[in-house]
Design a protein around this ligand. Sequence first.
Ligand SMILES: [Mg+2]
Ligand SMILES: [Zn+2]
Length: 187
Amino acid sequence: MPLRPAVFLDRDGTLHRELERAPRALAELEFVPGLDGALRELASAGYVLVVVTNQSAVASGEVSVAELDALNLALRERFPIAACYVCPHHPERGAPPYVRTCACRKPSSGMLALACAELGLDPTRSWIVGDARRDLEAGLALGTRAILVRTGKGERERASLPAELAARVTVVEDVVAAARAVLAQGK
Ligand SMILES: [Mg+2]
Ligand SMILES: [Zn+2]
C-alpha cells in the first residue's frame, strides 16, 4: 500500500483554548470555531489526521493516563481524528516512571515517527500544525511542512522564532486557516 499523507495536529492551543489545569472531559474544551468542518475537509481530501501532544500533566500527577486516554477517545469520536499520540513524560518534574528524558516529547520527533510507522504515513507529503516552536521542529526534523497558528502560544512564539526557522514556516490565524493552507498547497 502506498504511504499516505497526514496532518499532525498539536492539541492544546491549536485545537482548543489552553486551560489553566489539564482537562479531563471534552465538555471542558473550547474548540476553535469551525474546527469540525475544517478537519472533515482534510480527512475527505485524503489526509490522515493525527494528534501529537506533550502531556507532562501525567508526569506531574495532575491527570492520569486513564483520564487522558478517555479524553483522547472522546476526541476521536467527535472529530475525524485517526489517532492520538501522547508524550506523558517530563525530563525533570514529576514522579516515576514518567520523569525521564524520552524520544517522544516534542521537539523530538518520536511520536510522529511512530505514527508514520504504525499508520503507513509519508512525512514528506505531510504537515505539522501547532502553536509552539517545538511542534514545528518535531515535524520539520522528519521532513514535513510546518504551519504555526496564532492561537494559544502561537503569537508569542512567532515573535521569537529564529529567522532560519521562520523562513520554513507558514503562519496563519488558526487551525481552520491552517486546513485551508494545506488544501491550497496540496500533497
Ligand atoms: Mg500547544
Ligand atoms: Zn515522552
